[in-house]
Design a binder for this molecule. Structure first.
Ligand SMILES: Nc1nc2c(ncn2[C@@H]2O[C@H](COP(=O)(O)OP(=O)(O)OP(=O)(O)O)[C@@H](O)[C@H]2O)c(=O)[nH]1
Ligand SMILES: [Mg+2]
Length: 450
């Protein structure tokens, strides 16, 4: 662990500054050879940004920079960390990094700084993962959930339920070890009640669908027969002329997807080809794609032309509607050949009257979409990482087995084994007993320099 590592911590491309980060025993020695402060007085006070120059081996200036030494253990990695803040772009930071490598640092692996923070017990695994999630967050809600996790929400939750489980375990053990003092039946009932409570808590915090919505955003797909105004609605929702709109049925051929932010949650909105039987081979592929897109969507907007009577393909779509469906009775400005009642006869799905042309009903549509895609309110301890959710579900399964064991009259030891298994799953979330393989897998997805 004494190897000193270095990397450029900022993103590639032009920008105001680019930061080279060095961590390890040699960080300060390396910094002193690269960085010449402008005034001797300020020489390398810990945590203080100092102005000066970065120089190459011959002492020629590479860049005008700011530099800081953060001495361990009060640093991100708990080791000595040096940062050199160069001008942006790749060249200057690249030269400083090369110089650090010449001076004995090794190129850091992805996530290696954070991995060291974990291995040096500055943060647990759940918090390390929160760092990565925050960096990759697509929307404000996902970022908020990551910050909560970074602040220890998930870790705190794991600790809380683990403590409860340990209490229940103690109760079980007491009733088997001191049967004359602890009534076994009473203990059994207390334990199953306690276990049920914990299972419920875990389930509430590990809702997979909500987590996926936060992480990846929801997908919303526009569906309907040709010419009903799907592309027009797409443009109205995006507030830009993104999709081609014409009065020729069959205008849209391919699936067109754009990001849209709905109440802090990022969603993907897809326009698709109008559904109809067609001999045109290109359009047919488009229709197939439209169907597949709708099958995988979180929300399906079935668009109906209010000015024209329902046809067979409208009816087929409406009959296939499910709880993901919202019906847009579009072109309401142009007529009323289709009524809400006619639609209600075919599906119980919600109907909104819209006009992509005049904008009528669009705010209501946006509000409804926000409601549908916003993941349940992320609270502290809400899990968003797939790894955490899988472990939480495994723990809950073990606890359910424990309940069954107690209720089935099996020896209480059997339940104790299940509870211990659940505790082990939970502790893997924070990385207490995570194997090297698990740890490596977590950090592999990090970016270099973090
Ligand atoms: N009056 C009126 N016309 C609309 C409205 N929405 C769309 N239109 C018109 O209807 C025609 C078809 O609109 P599109 O948005 O291209 O319809 P689409 O469903 O994407 O059609 P395909 O791509 O062929 O499946 C265009 O001439 C639009 O201007 C509306 O709300 N009111
Ligand atoms: Mg279209």
């Amino acid at each position: 662990m004494s190897e000193t590592i270095a990397a450029i911590a900022t993103a590639t491309g032009a920008g105001g500054i680019a930061i080279v980060r060095v961590s390890g025993d040699e960080a300060e020695a390396i910094l002193k050879q690269i960085f010449i402060p402008a005034t001797r007085r300020e020489y390398f006070e810990s945590n203080r940004l100092t102005y000066g120059r970065a120089v190459d081996a011959r002492g020629d200036t590479l860049d005008e920079v700011m530099a800081v030494i953060m001495r361990g253990p009060a640093s991100y990695t708990r080791e000595d960390v040096a940062e050199i803040h160069c001008h942006g772009g790749r060249v200057s930071a690249g030269a400083v990094l090369s110089r650090a490598l010449e001076l004995g640092a090794r190129m850091a692996e992805p996530g290696e700084f954070t991995k060291r923070a974990f291995l040096n017990h500055r943060i647990d695994l759940a918090r390390a993962e929160a760092v990565m999630q925050l960096i990759g967050a697509h929307g404000a809600a996902a970022a908020r959930a990551s910050v909560r996790q970074l602040e220890g929400g998930v870790s705190g939750f794991v600790r809380e339920v683990s403590d409860e489980l340990k209490g229940l375990l103690a109760l079980l053990e007491a009733s088997t070890d001191f049967p004359e003092e602890v009534e076994e039946e009473v203990a059994a009932q207390d334990v199953t009640e306690g276990l049920r409570r914990v299972i419920q808590k875990i389930e509430a915090k590990s809702d997979a669908r909500g987590a996926r919505l936060l992480r990846e955003g929801a997908s919303i797909v526009l569906a309907g027969r040709p010419n009903v105004g799907k592309s027009s609605l797409m443009n109205a929702l995006l507030n830009q002329e993104r999709a081609i709109v014409t009065d020729i049925p069959g205008t849209t051929r391919d699936v067109l997807t754009e990001r849209i932010s709905l109440g802090g949650v990022v969603a993907e909105l897809s326009d698709t080809a109008g559904r109809r039987d067609t001999q045109d081979p290109i359009e047919r592929i488009g229709v197939d794609r439209a169907q597949r897109a709708a099958e995988g969507a979180d929300v399906v907007l079935i668009v109906i032309d209010a000015a024209e009577p329902l046809d067979a393909s409208d009816e087929a779509l409406l009959k296939g509607a499910d709880d993901r469906t919202v019906v847009c009775l579009n072109k309401r400005d142009a007529g009323q050949a289709v009524t809400r009642k006619a639609i209600a006869a075919l599906t119980p799905a919600m109907v909104l009257e819209t006009s992509a042309l005049t904008g009528r009903g669009i705010p209501e549509l946006v509000a409804e979409l926000e409601k549908r895609v916003s993941a349940q309110q992320e609270s502290a301890g809400q899990m968003t990482a797939l790894r955490h959710i899988e472990l939480a579900h495994r723990a809950a399964d073990h606890l359910r087995q424990a309940v069954e064991a107690v209720e089935g009259g099996l020896p209480l030891d059997t339940a104790a084994i299940d509870i211990r298994a659940a505790l082990s799953d939970l502790s893997e979330i924070t990385g207490e007993n995570a194997t090297e393989e698990v740890i490596d897998r977590v950090f592999r997805d990090f970016c270099v320099g973090k």
